[in-house]
Design a protein around this ligand. Structure first.
Ligand SMILES: *Cc1c(COP(=O)(O)O)cnc(C)c1O
Length: 274
C-alpha cells in the first residue's frame, strides 16, 4: 500500500529504448486499481527489456494493451499511465467503450498528437461490422479474407480522413485447417496485400498472427518473420509484425515482432463469460 504522498519513482528508461512512462502522476493516478495497472505495466515492460537484451535488439516493440472484458474506466486509467494503444476484439463492446472513453477524456485524448488514444481491432471481424470498426479504430489486425476486404473497401475512410491501417492475419498452422478460427492461408497474403495497397483509405501495415495453441510459439513466430520479409519485398512499407501475447511475448520479441498484444498480464484474469 502506497502511503507516501509522492508517487513511486518510475524506473529510469534505458536511453536506447524509450520506454513509455506515466503522463499524469496526480491524484487520479493514485487509486488502488491504477497502482495495480502501473505495477503490471512495469512488469511487462521489464519482460520486454529483458527479451530485447537477450537477443541484442535495440528497437522497442510497441505494446498494445488488450482491454477486452475490462471497463472504460480501466482504459482511462491506462491512458493516464501513458498507454496510447489499446486492443479490442468485439465490435459491440469496443464501439461502446471507445465512445465512453472519448466522452471522459474529451479533448485530452485528441488535442495533442502524443495524447491520442489509438484503438486496435484484433478480433475476427464480420463483414457487416466493417463500417462500425472504422468509426473508432485506426488499426485492424485481422484482415483474413476477400469478403471482409470487399466490405472494408466499401466502407473505407474518404480522402482527408484518417486512413485505416490493415494487417493481414495469418494462420500459422501447417497445413491450415478450415475450421474458421481466423487467419489467412499464407498463400493468400500476396493477393490480399495487393488489394489493400491499392484501396484508397486503406494502408497496408503488415502481418499479424496468434501462435497456434497446439505447437511451440518460437517456430511459428520465426515463420511469421519470414512471411513478413517476403511481403516487404513487394511492399517495403508494410513493416508491422503483430505477434506475442501475455504467454509468449518473449518469443515474439526474439523473432522481430513490432507490436505486442498483451491483455491478461496487464489487466488481470478475464471473467470466463462475457
Ligand atoms: C485476447 C487477445 C490477446 C491478449 O491475450 P492475453 O493472453 O490476455 O495477453 C492478444 N491477441 C488477440 C487476438 C486476442 O484476442
Amino acid at each position: 500500500m502506497q502511503t507516501s504522498p509522492e508517487p513511486a519513482s518510475p524506473e529510469p528508461a534505458s536511453p536506447e529504448s524509450a520506454r513509455p512512462g506515466p503522463t499524469d502522476t496526480g491524484e487520479a493516478a493514485q487509486d488502488p486499481r491504477s497502482q495495480e495497472l502501473a505495477a503490471n505495466l512495469a512488469a511487462v515492460h521489464d519482460r520486454i527489456d529483458r527479451a530485447m537484451a537477450a537477443v541484442g535488439r535495440q528497437d522497442r516493440p510497441q505494446l498494445i494493451v488488450v482491454t477486452k472484458f475490462f471497463p472504460a474506466a480501466d482504459v482511462v486509467r491506462l491512458h493516464r499511465l501513458g498507454v496510447r494503444d489499446v486492443g479490442e476484439n468485439r465490435d459491440q463492446e469496443a464501439a461502446a467503450k471507445a465512445a465512453e472513453v472519448a466522452a471522459i477524456l474529451g479533448s485530452g485524448a485528441g488535442a495533442v498528437a502524443e495524447d491520442v488514444l489509438h484503438w486496435h481491432f484484433i478480433g475476427q471481424l464480420q463483414s457487416n461490422k466493417a463500417r462500425s470498426v472504422i468509426g473508432y479504430a485506426d488499426h485492424l489486425h485481422s484482415v483474413d479474407r476477400s469478403s471482409l476486404l470487399k466490405a472494408l473497401v466499401k466502407a473505407a475512410p474518404e480522402p482527408g480522413e484518417r486512413p485505416l491501417t490493415c494487417l493481414i492475419q495469418v494462420d500459422l498452422r501447417d497445413p491450415v485447417p478450415s475450421d474458421g478460427r481466423g487467419g489467412a492461408d499464407p498463400a493468400a497474403i500476396a493477393d490480399l496485400a495487393a488489394r489493400i495497397a491499392d484501396a484508397p483509405g486503406l494502408t497496408l501495415g503488415g502481418l499479424m498472427a496468434v501462435a497456434p495453441l497446439e505447437a511451440p510459439a518460437a517456430p511459428a513466430f520465426r515463420r511469421l518473420a519470414e512471411l513478413s520479409a517476403q511481403l516487404r519485398q513487394t511492399h517495403p512499407q508494410a513493416v508491422m509484425i503483430s505477434a506475442g501475447m501475455s504467454g509468449d511475448l518473449e518469443e515474439a520479441v526474439a523473432h522481430g515482432a513490432t507490436h505486442l498484444r498483451v491483455g491478461r498480464d496487464v489487466l488481470g484474469e478475464r471473467p470466463l463469460q462475457r
